[in-house]
Design a protein around this ligand. Structure first.
Ligand code: RFL
Ligand code: PHB
Length: 390
């Protein structure tokens, strides 16, 4: 099979890029390791920035998002039994975020690919990248026992943190930066009315908690847990009891509980691989970088990679201009590192760190006090949370 762009990974990054390229008349083949149902069963991001939403519209997949997504002008930080509202709209100079689940936007992207006759191969096994430094790279895979080869001009590695693309870059050319946090997030989804119409990020001596939502009838809650905990350690009743302990009393009193319909633990990690390009391979999204979810930056940073890559590929095919491809890694990484800084900062501000001293605890408290008392600090929080410009 011959195509222009071979995309590895059918998560939001890969789907979004294939859809955007299609709209501009550039062909792609997308290879995904798992079934569509499996990809859609992973509950992940809930908060998206307007830059992401704009790309969804440009990809002709924004209709349901615009109808069903909720615009949020603010969120709360809870600490010492009090709620503090962060007015994103005011402090960002008029911006906001959209609450729309990653599952839903991935579904919208798959539906658009179907509608436009996009080539998406599911259950592609043993994906391998070849001749990345030649003019004609290729990607091989197996499907139903048969071997296949896709010849292309460019290979896009959008196969997430555990994918094969990043590993195709020779180790001596790749620099990896990493921080692993000594805790994870246990998340549950429940068909209950959210405790608050806006998100609540709670800092508590027992550990962090987050009250989020997917709609006014679907709640998403998280609590910080040790990495040694498993989902089996947390029956629903234990989860709800612990969540309530970490929320201000008046919030805990109005929390509506119910059976969980999904429960999972995510480890928290910061990771960046540099450069994001090798020959004709370009990495995008979680394949190149990961953030802890505290600042809601992961998917939004993936979207900025896609934005740069999409424009670079359009310039290549439409104008024979390769400047965007040549500078892709540097441009993408400049924004990636800002998201890394913000995610690390929000994680440090709100979590309980097992090794921290009494002094560290005081610093964390004064950092929060300062934030809540300073218009400039609130401005910095807001502009990062709604998304820095591309
Ligand atoms: P994905 O979503 O991991 O998709 C990669 C796809 O590649 C496939 N794959 C392969 N395909 C072919 N061959 C191989 N060898 C392959 N290996 C893997 C995989 O099956 C998969 O389908 O990466 P992508 O597209 O870059 O998207 C990134 C986002 O998923 C991620 O950044 C966000 O979910 C992070 N995140 C959040 N981001 C936000 O911007 N806002 C949020 O509110 C937010 N909340 C979250 C989050 C992530 C979380 N977890 C579970 C880590 C909340 C959580 C709990
Ligand atoms: C979510 O709803 O899953 C969510 C929201 C905000 C975050 C992380 C996750 O910072």
């Amino acid at each position: 099979m011959r195509t222009q762009v071979c995309i590895i990974g059918g998560g939001p990054s890969g789907l979004m890029l294939s859809q955007l390229l299609h709209v501009r008349g550039i062909q792609s083949v997308l290879l995904e390791k798992h079934t569509r149902d499996y990809v859609l069963s992973r509950i992940r991001a809930g908060v998206i920035e307007h830059g992401f939403a704009k790309l969804m519209r440009e990809a002709q997949c924004g209709e349901r998002m615009d109808r069903e997504g909720e615009v949020h002008d603010g969120f709360y930080i809870a600490s010492n039994d009090k709620l503090h509202r962060i007015d994103l709209h005011k402090y960002s100079g008029g911006d906001s975020v959209i609450v729309y689940g990653q599952t839903e936007l991935t579904r919208d992207l798959y539906e658009a690919r179907d509608r436009m006759g996009g080539v998406v191969v599911h259950e592609a096994e043993d994906v391998a990248l070849h001749d990345l430094t030649m003019d004609r790279p290729s990607v091989t895979y197996r499907k139903d026992g048969a071997g296949h080869r896709v010849e292309c001009d460019f290979v896009i590695g959008a196969d997430g943190f555990h994918g094969v693309s990043r590993k195709a870059i020779p180790a001596n050319l790749l620099r990896e930066y990493e921080r692993v946090y000594p805790f994870g997030w246990l998340g549950i989804l429940s068909r209950t009315k959210p405790v608050s119409p806006e998100l609540i990020y709670s800092r508590h001596e027992r550990g962090f908690a987050l009250c989020s939502l997917r709609s006014q009838v679907l709640s998403r809650y998280y609590i910080q847990v040790p990495l040694t905990d498993t989902v089996e350690d947390w029956p629903d009743d234990a989860f709800w009891a612990e969540l309530k302990r970490r929320l201000p009393d008046e919030v805990a009193a109005r929390l509506i509980t119910g059976p969980s319909i999904e429960k999972s633990i995510a480890a928290l990690r910061s990771f960046v691989a540099e450069p994001m390009q090798y020959g004709r391979l370009y990495l995008a999204g979680d394949a190149a970088h990961i953030v802890p979810p505290t600042g809601a930056r992961g998917l939004n940073t993936a979207a900025s990679d896609i934005y740069y890559l999409y424009h670079a590929l359009v310039d290549h095919y439409a104008k024979g201009d390769d400047a965007g491809l040549q500078t892709y890694s540097d441009r993408a990484l400049a924004r990636v590192w800002k998201a890394q800084r913000f995610s690390w900062w929000m994680t440090s501000l709100l979590h309980r760190f097992p090794e921290s001293s009494a002094y560290d605890g005081k610093l964390q408290q004064v950092e929060l006090d300062y934030l809540l008392s300073s218009e400039k600090a609130l401005g910095s929080l807001a502009e990062n949370y709604v998304g820095l410009p591309y």
